[in-house]
Design a protein around this ligand. Structure first.
Ligand code: SF4
Ligand code: SF4
Length: 96
């Protein structure tokens, strides 16, 4: 069996050279941090997640800079997602 591994050792893993890859994951909103309604998707049971647009990214990502446009109000899950963590390295993709 061959296991595909992603080699991220050659480049520094940092948000400043990443295409905000973690902002393509589903982000549940579990506390009120003041996320504007226009960025919230509500499912049929009332569960709230960050709205993702057709390109796959959270609607709050600036498509040119890959920065969060609601940083001060970002959800708790975004605050907890740690740069350089194993989860981050799984998602990381360098800006080209
Ligand atoms: S995947 Fe990691 S490096 Fe990329 S934006 Fe998210 S936290 Fe930053
Ligand atoms: S709220 Fe900000 S940090 Fe969280 S997924 Fe959206 S753009 Fe990324």
């Amino acid at each position: 069996m061959t296991i595909a591994l992603k080699d991220v050792s050659a480049v520094e893993v940092t948000c400043s050279n990443c295409q905000a890859c973690c902002c393509r994951l589903e982000v549940m909103i579990i506390t009120d941090t003041g996320v504007p309604d226009k960025h919230i998707s509500v499912d049929e049971w009332g569960g709230e997640t960050m709205l993702r647009l057709e390109d796959g990214w959270c609607s709050a990502v600036d498509r040119d800079t890959f920065r969060c446009t609601i940083y001060e109000n970002r959800p708790w899950i975004c605050r907890e997602f740690e740069m350089g963590s194993d989860e981050c390295k799984d998602e990381f993709n360098v800006i080209r």
